[in-house]
Design a protein around this ligand. Structure first.
Ligand SMILES: *Cc1c(COP(=O)(O)O)cnc(C)c1O
Length: 305
């Protein structure tokens, strides 16, 4: 049974013209749960289901929680998602819509996560939002699909939060002998945990995270993502909240798809022509998606300038 879909790979005329190269969009926004997280969560959930799991527990109020809820529904296995009080009503609604039991507990993610962990057992399995090799294996199929479609990327552009996407893409590139192509990773200034670790040349934890790209707001990336940044040709670029929202709006008009600011961070690198590719380059942009965004949210956003 496959829960995550093979997503479209679209040649973007507007972004190709703007960046003067061949820009390919991998449309993870088209996953039924709204993001690439379905690749990771479904792979982990199916693995645990085969080992006899009778329930799943997540502590993510974002796309990871929604993806676990969706996977559980498809597998007919109950899911509990514990979220902190700060979780938006929109996110709560999406989790419940997938049929998961929603528990609101704690003032922040760490308190919710502690409670989630206390609910786990041998058969009630905790699914981490980003730090587990099973998740990265699931994500690596994205690169398999790109290669199968006949596109050999010369560069990849993606967003980084906790680092599962980077870890999974790196795994996929390695599988296809593409370990040395550049990976451009986008974070917002308020969520730049990979950037901070790369500058320090060791894993560091941010004292605080802020801004509109809440899906990128892991205060520390997983160790594997940091290792990837040291072993692959990873180039870290930062964007402002204003730029990320602007990119979401431009993308909505150009490709008629609504994505979260977390995804807009990557798109902003392309809309601002930040990188400078060669005309023959095939550039793979992971349109990571995001389910918690509404068009009202983008329209109501007040630029800082
Ligand atoms: C989870 C997520 C990210 C960040 O991915 P990490 O694996 O945490 O780095 C970016 N965009 C969207 C839409 C996501 O759901």
């Amino acid at each position: 049974m496959t829960i995550s879909l093979q997503t479209p790979l679209i040649s973007s005329l507007p972004l190709s013209q703007l960046n003067q190269c061949n820009v390919w969009l991998k449309m993870e926004s088209a996953q039924p749960s709204g993001s690439f997280k379905l690749r990771s969560a479904s792979h982990a959930c199916q693995f645990y289901a085969a080992k006899g799991a009778k329930g799943f527990v997540s502590s993510s109020g974002g796309n990871a929680g929604i993806a676990v809820a969706h996977s559980g529904r498809q597998l007919n296995i109950p899911v509990t998602v514990v979220v902190p009080e700060t979780t938006s009503s929109r996110a709560r609604q999406l989790i419940q819509q997938e049929g998961a039991q929603l528990i609101v507990h704690g003032r922040n993610w760490s308190e919710a996560n502690d409670h989630a962990l206390s609910l786990t057992s041998d058969t009630n399995v905790y699914v981490h939002p980003f730090d587990n090799p099973l998740l990265w294996q699931g994500i690596s199929t994205l690169i398999d699909e790109v290669i199968e479609a006949g596109v050999i990327p010369d560069a990849v552009v993606l967003s980084v939060g906790g680092g599962s996407l980077l870890s999974g893409i790196a795994l996929g590139l390695e599988k296809h002998q593409l370990k040395n192509i550049p990976i451009y990773v986008a974070e917002t200034f308020g969520t730049a945990s990979l950037n901070a670790s790369m500058q320090a040349k060791k894993l560091v934890r941010l004292e605080q995270v802020s801004g509109i790209a809440t899906t990128l707001a892991a205060s520390q990336v997983c160790e594997n993502a940091f290792n990837v940044s040291q072993q692959f040709d990873v180039k870290s670029l930062l964007v402002s909240d204003d730029e990320t929202v602007e990119a979401c709006k431009l993308f909505l008009n150009d490709h008629r798809v609504l994505v979260e600011p977390a995804c807009g961070a990557s798109l902003s690198l392309m809309y601002k022509n930040r990188i400078g590719f060669k005309p023959e380059d095939n550039v793979l942009v992971i349109v990571c998606g995001g389910a918690s965004v509404t068009h009202e949210m983008l329209m109501e956003y007040q630029p800082t300038r």
